[in-house]
Ligand binder design. Structure first.
Ligand code: ATP
Length: 345
């Protein structure tokens, strides 16, 4: 029986994760859940972000972490989010950030004339390197001569494992195309490594079409012709940006799920959206991203049929306008989940 550590987090994170767990209990009654009180409230109460004993228990006892968003205006440093989310990514070595861009209701795509088949892409975003390690520093801070430096790192091991994961996924799903995206025309060192590794790994998969686009061109092409793409592999920063663009192509940030994965090990699943302080506490957050994320987690746990069932029921809700306000509907967070559960049944 799989064990899930639930970290609802902050703002609308707590609202949508509660609904996601409702859904998981319905679909997979054998799962075991334990809730962890971690987030801004806990940090403000007793200064705790991610205690070592909790982290050790996660590693020893759990299969997945199901996380809501972290971020709260009362914690401007965002230190709790850095420790909990970025800390987990680095300490658990969750090197794959898996972000599907899948349109389930063509009316919700901002592009003219695109069908659901046209927008069906999976992005493999590298999740442990690049510009997000915190390496760097400032010098002469607060003076006119101030210098700030953020160090971009790429390691052969890091690049190779994400590129290989993208090809393995493509092969195992019977897909045929992988596009690698970088900025190697301007970033010659890290980009050069990505180029060499991509060519090497691609040569091991001769049946898969391996292509390359600079990330600025990828951004244009995702809008012009999303049907060109099946699997995209890219670095941490570029993946962060293009998947937000992708979230809009699939109908909005309230529909985008993600997995932070180390195959065979404890992995973490979270909706892409943030804690949205502007709408927190009003009961109007869209729970569908959290629900689709729950589906990704079930797939990761070896239950792909459950993810398909979830996608089908989400699609039915979208097609029948059983949605929250930001998608033009009138339902509350709980009412959307109610509608989802009836569609599931
Ligand atoms: P972060 O800075 O961590 O990304 P954020 O919540 O400010 O957090 P986004 O997640 O990009 O930023 O969300 C931007 C806005 O989109 C929110 O302020 C909110 O109005 C809206 N939004 C995001 N997620 C949802 C959701 N699940 N349901 C409804 N509206 C949402």
């Amino acid at each position: 029986m799989a064990k899930i550590a639930v970290v609802p987090g902050d703002g609308i994170g707590t609202e949508v994760i509660e609904q996601g767990v409702r859904v998981l209990k319905e679909i997979a009654p054998d799962l075991e859940f334990e809730w962890f009180d971690l987030g801004a409230d806990r940090y403000l109460r007793d200064g705790v972000t991610l205690p070592d004993d909790v982290f050790e228990r996660w590693k020893a006892e759990f299969d997945c972490i199901y996380l809501g968003a972290l971020g709260d205006p009362r914690v401007p440093s965002n230190v709790h989010a850095k420790d909990i989310l970025l800390g987990s990514r680095f300490r658990l070595d969750l090197f794959i950030n898996l972000r599907p861009i899948k349109l389930l209701d063509a009316r919700r795509c901002p592009l003219k004339g695109k069908s659901c088949d046209d927008v069906d892409i999976v992005v493999f975003r590298e999740n442990t390197e690049d510009l997000y390690t915190g390496m760097g520093g400032t010098f002469k801070q607060g003076t006119p001569d101030e210098v700030a430096q953020e160090v971009c790192i790429a390691t052969r091991k890091g690049v190779e494992r994400i590129v290989r994961a993208a090809f393995e996924y493509t092969a195992s799903r019977g897909l045929s195309k992988v596009c690698m995206s970088d900025k190697s025309n301007a970033m010659r060192n890290t980009g050069g490594l990505w180029q060499r590794v991509f060519r090497e790994v691609a040569s091991e998969y001769p049946a898969i079409e391996a292509s390359h686009l600079y990330v600025d061109v990828l951004a244009m092409e995702l809008v012009r012709c999303p049907e060109r793409f099946e699997v995209v592999v890219t670095s941490n920063l570029f993946g962060d940006i293009v998947t937000d663009l992708g979230a809009i192509l699939q109908g909005g940030i309230g529909l985008a799920g993600s997995g932070n994965i180390h195959p065979g090990r404890l992995s973490l699943f979270e909706p892409v959206h943030g804690s949205a302080p502007d709408i927190a506490g009003q009961g109007i957050a869209n729970p569908l991203a959290a629900i689709l994320t729950a589906g990704m987690m079930l797939n990761h746990l070896g239950r792909p049929e459950d993810e398909k069932r979830i996608q089908a029921a989400v699609q039915a809700c979208l097609l029948n306008d059983e949605v929250t306000r930001e998608l033009g509907g009138t339902l509350s967070t709980v009412e959307v989940t109610d509608a989802f559960l009836s569609r599931l049944a």
